[in-house]
Design a protein around this ligand. Structure first.
Ligand SMILES: Cc1cc2nc3c(=O)[nH]c(=O)nc-3n(C[C@H](O)[C@H](O)[C@H](O)COP(=O)(O)OP(=O)(O)OC[C@H]3O[C@@H](n4cnc5c(N)ncnc54)[C@H](O)[C@@H]3O)c2cc1C
Length: 432
């Protein structure tokens, strides 16, 4: 694809011309179209698939975890400045985002004890149809089955606008453009990285992509043999002996490696291309309240397998004893000090060898993308290309599990939509 300039073609020469076009009818694109319209810029929302919101439909295990009930900057990561993430993220406070859905879109929500917020109906279709209705109310038009294959800047002054070519040759022109095309994760939902190619062709250098919230792989059969088991673990990502992030939650062994919420949340540390040498270490907690050292010491006449099995699944307990070289039938009180030290280390600082990840096929989100440092943070307009805005997962910021990625999509979609309308007035001839 080239980023070449087109021969000048005034809006009156035929074809469609819109004040604003939003590419991608996902969470971010919907909000961009709604808020552009509300602020006075009529938007056309283009989408590859015949139906909008494919990812909303499959999200949250089919229930759509629309928001978290709390948010802090630690719930997000980016290859760039985390301060830029903060500026954008907190520009629309969480309670106002929630009020937008509950009061303006009339979707009753419920917060679950996990801190995740869902529609009371547990039905993502309710969210999609409310968003479509609000688009119409805001004067935005949505069109499916239109895959934008190429975007060219119209020749003239820098505010001349863009021409978008669809895969089957249709042309649409616009003054302002929002790319809300998502990342590379779960490509069957339509997010295939096409938007990133367009951003590159228009002059943006992107932060390298990596799968995030993704199950990890291991080649060691001792762990794969535990497939199907789950246990509570405190997991650490460490580099050069230094802990970078630590979280506690459910850990799941799979036929290929490691999964479960706590693994997904830390997975980006092991998939980011620019940082090598990250280790994953687990403190196997199970139902244990105190330290393993104290538990073993208090164990006296009990054998080790029985002691571990009080708090961990039996097969995991057997595997950990084998790894530490401790006989399952040995009484706790009979352990030599060095033997106990090795077992406690295995239980509390257990290295999990990771050989890769399941990749974009199963990743919930994509890290990397359009750098926030290349954007005006008030409007999410490119500093490099006048009139080009970005929103959602295409940006280099990713949240953890629990509604944070939708939060990012809603906040950035609104910001880009308002940004479109806030920018310079359209040329007098603009209109459909
Ligand atoms: C299985 C799964 C479950 C998830 N569950 C949750 C959850 O419960 N809570 C949460 O917060 N996050 C969840 N996420 C993450 C969340 O869905 C995404 O971060 C969010 O949808 C990103 O929104 P977006 O609008 O930026 O991109 P997307 O939702 O990916 O939307 C982009 C849209 O752009 C369209 N498009 C792409 N290229 C083009 C093109 N060239 N022309 C026209 N259209 C194009 C695509 O078809 C797509 O519809 C989940 C992700 C997955 C994969």
């Amino acid at each position: 694809m080239s980023g070449s300039m087109l021969a000048p073609r005034p809006p009156s020469s035929g074809g469609e011309f819109w004040p604003a076009v939003v590419v991608g009818a996902g969470a971010a694109g919907f909000l961009a179209a709604i808020f552009a319209g509300r602020a006075g810029a009529r938007a056309l929302l283009l989408e590859t698939r015949s139906q909008p919101g494919a990812k909303i439909r499959v999200s949250g295990g089919g229930r759509c975890n629309i928001l978290p009930s709390q948010v802090s900057l630690e719930d997000f990561h980016s290859c760039g400045s985390i301060h830029a993430v903060r500026n954008v993220l907190f520009s629309w406070p969480l309670e106002e985002v929630r009020a937008f859905f509950e009061e303006e879109l009339a979707i009753p929500l419920k917060a679950e004890p996990t801190g995740k917020v869902f529609p009371q109906s547990d039905d993502p279709r309710e969210v999609i149809s409310a968003l479509l209705k609000e688009c119409r109310r805001a004067g935005a038009t949505w069109r499916g089955g239109f895959r934008v294959a190429e975007v060219r800047r119209l020749e003239g002054d820098p505010s001349a606008g863009f021409e978008l070519a669809g895969e089957t040759g249709e042309l649409v022109r616009c003054c302002r453009l929002v790319l809300a095309t998502g990342g590379l994760s779960l490509p069957k939902t339509g997010s295939d990285g096409g938007g990133w190619r367009i951003a590159r062709a228009l002059g943006h250098e992107l932060a390298p992509a990596y799968p995030a919230l993704v199950p990890l792989l291991t080649e060691e059969s001792r762990w794969r043999e535990l497939a199907g088991l789950s246990a509570r673990a405190r997991l650490r990502a460490a580099r050069g002996g230094k802990v970078i992030e630590e979280r506690e939650g459910n850990f799941l062994f799979t036929h290929r490696g490691f999964s479960g919420p706590v693994v997904l949340d830390l997975s980006h540390h092991l998939t980011r291309p620019e940082v090598a040498g990250t280790e994953l270490r687990a403190h196997w907690r199970g139902t244990l309240a105190g330290s393993w050292g104290a538990h073993l010491q208090a164990g006296g006449g009990k054998n080790l397998l029985a002691l571990l099995n009080q708090h961990l699944p039996r097969r995991l307990a057997e595997g950990l004893l084998a790894l530490a070289g401790a006989p399952a039938g040995r009484r706790a009180g009979e352990m030599a000090r060095e033997e106990r030290r090795r077992l406690v280390e295995t239980l509390e600082d257990c290295q999990l060898p990771v050989s890769g990840s399941e990749g974009y096929r199963t990743a919930e989100v994509t890290g990397g993308g359009v750098r926030l440092s290349d954007l005006h943070l008030q409007t999410l307009e490119s500093r490099l290309v006048h009139g080009l805005h970005f929103a959602g997962e295409i940006l280099d910021a990713t949240g953890r599990l629990g509604g944070y990625n939708f939060l990012w999509a809603w906040v950035t979609g609104r910001k880009a939509g308002m940004g479109v309308a806030r920018s310079e007035p359209e040329p007098a001839a603009a209109g459909q």
